[in-house]
Design a protein around this ligand. Sequence first.
Ligand SMILES: C[S@@+](CC[C@H](N)C(=O)[O-])C[C@H]1O[C@@H](n2cnc3c(N)ncnc32)[C@H](O)[C@@H]1O
Length: 238
Amino acid sequence: MSKVNYGIDAPSIMRNLIVFGASTVVAGIAIPLLSDNAVLKYISYLIVLVGSVFFTLGIAMFAYGLKGKYRTRDLMLSKIKWTGNENVLDIGTGQGLLMNGAAKYLTTGKSIGIDIWSSKDLSDNSINKTLANAALEGVIDKIEIRNEDARNLSFADNSFDVVLSLLCIHNIEPKADQEKACLEIARVLKPNGIALIGDYIPTTDYAKAFEKAGLKVKSSKPYFTTAYALMWIVEATK
Ligand SMILES: C[S@@+](CC[C@H](N)C(=O)[O-])C[C@H]1O[C@@H](n2cnc3c(N)ncnc32)[C@H](O)[C@@H]1O
């Protein structure tokens, strides 16, 4: 029987960081063994240091995929005062991590996930995988999945009580379009609704876009120990 699996984020970047970091550390250790040159010895320390940073970032991405993403999801969902009848939107749902997590809090409400299912951003990324995860989580009757771009949502203004997004917006290029996605989030959020956006880069620019759209930013801060990796979350209300 297949198991719920929410994928590894940016799999090729993670692999490259681990392989490059490990090879650089090995090269740095090998240099003083092959040469007695004092300058080369100091350069080798620097090489080991740089390699260790890349390796650690790769391992952090792996730890995030194994455990950190579930801890981050739980933290984000715990910030909402659920009644059960919310309309929820998950932007860049991927395989449904937040969409399905939110659906578990719902009785009459609906959790909608939108995505363009890019395979470079998430391993094994497809609508079918997302549907399979929703079925395995027992929330298929509470979710809806749509193929939509975060920059141009089809939903009417003021449609959602909760808008969520995790590790999606940094992928949007050009960077100016990241603001477009934030303005779309603000547009579809209902008055008194809450938006929670998590990303591995500081969420300062997202917070500025929300303020530009008239939202009140409650916080925009790091949660590294929750994610076991780089992670900032911005929380805003309308
Ligand atoms: C790193 S994955 C994260 C998926 C999910 N939120 C999670 O945390 O497991 C980023 C997701 O954003 C989606 N994405 C990237 N650009 C997008 C865009 N312009 N509109 C909608 N989704 C997008 C990708 O297809 C991918 O599924």
